[in-house]
Design a protein around this ligand. Structure first.
Ligand SMILES: Nc1ncnc2c1ncn2[C@@H]1O[C@H](COP(=O)(O)OP(=O)(O)OP(=O)(O)O)[C@@H](O)[C@H]1O
Ligand SMILES: [Mg+2]
Length: 257
């Protein structure tokens, strides 16, 4: 399921970002030409202290998003500089920019400019399911599609056990039922669009239709080197519990607008 066939082919171009996690810009020749991506990894010490199983969180969120027909950045397990991490592949589309960089007039009415605005609603519900605390405007990439805009999603490190570790709250604490509270301080790009419950209903139902066996197979696609058995079991419990509670979580968020 995870494409590791060409892992190791990536060449470092430069450091893209420093900070508590380093992100390296990388490239390789793919079957359809040059590909550019962004490599990140966390040391065992950083995982234990701040961020949990980063690589697994990225892979699991990515695979679940794909199952829900969300536009996820292509994300691969990769070895770069002897580190096992993930590469998030850059879309070759024209006019690539972050949601945060969109002109304010466009951002406010972005639904009118997108090829498929319902995917924004689906993204919001998906983020609620996986406890993503960081859907900031820097983690939605927008590009031109004809005379409209399309988007894809990056950076799911602060979801699942990453969010749990970072916020230092037990995975099943009531804290996680209040989206507005746990995203406070993270500048969520989509929260201001969550004003009515009805548009979210079909997306909630779609997530609730995912069979436990399908969720389990996504978890099982993560190699044990990036996800311990105990973290795998916790992630599964988290996903199954929030799948059940999703309608209530979204309804509460909308009521508190
Ligand atoms: N698929 C992609 N397409 C375009 N740019 C990307 C992609 N993946 C990562 N990037 C770039 O790399 C940056 C860092 O990646 P990412 O957001 O995953 O890491 P991060 O450590 O959480 O960074 P930040 O703290 O800035 O959110 C992004 O802000 C973006 O500029
Ligand atoms: Mg980011």
């Amino acid at each position: 399921m995870v494409d590791t066939a060409r892992a190791g082919d990536w060449r470092i171009l430069r450091e893209h970002k420093t900070g508590y996690l380093k992100v390296l810009k990388v490239e390789r020749m793919g079957v359809n030409g040059r590909e550019v991506g962004f490599f990140k990894y966390a040391s065992p010490a950083k995982q234990a202290k701040y961020i949990g199983p980063l690589v697994a969180n990225e892979l699991i969120a990515n695979r679940l998003g794909q199952l829900l027909h969300l536009p996820m950045a292509r994300t691969e397990l990769a070895h770069v500089k002897d580190r096992l991490g993930i590469v998030s592949v850059m879309h070759p589309g024209k006019g690539l920019q972050t949601w945060a960089d969109l002109k304010e007039g466009i951002r406010k009415e972005v639904g009118r400019h997108l090829t498929d605005p319902r995917r924004l609603e689906r993204t919001f519900v998906f983020d609620a399911w996986i406890c993503n605390i960081d859907r900031s405007g820097k983690n939605i990439m927008v590009y031109k599609q004809g005379d409209r805009l399309d988007f894809y999603l990056i950076d799911h490190e602060l979801s699942l056990l990453g969010a749990v570790k970072f916020e230092n709250k037990p995975w099943n604490a009531p804290y996680w039922d209040n989206i507005r509270r746990y995203t406070r301080g993270y500048h969520p790009a989509l929260l201001s669009h969550a004003t009515r419950y009805e548009p979210f209903e079909p997306h909630i139902a779609e997530i609730q239709r995912l069979e436990p066996g399908v969720i389990r197979s996504v978890l099982d696609s993560c190699p044990s080197v990036v996800l311990s058995e105990s973290d795998r079991a916790l992630t599964e419990e988290l996903l199954l519990l929030r799948q059940k509670k999703l309608a209530k979580i979204i309804a509460r968020c909308v009521q508190e607008t």
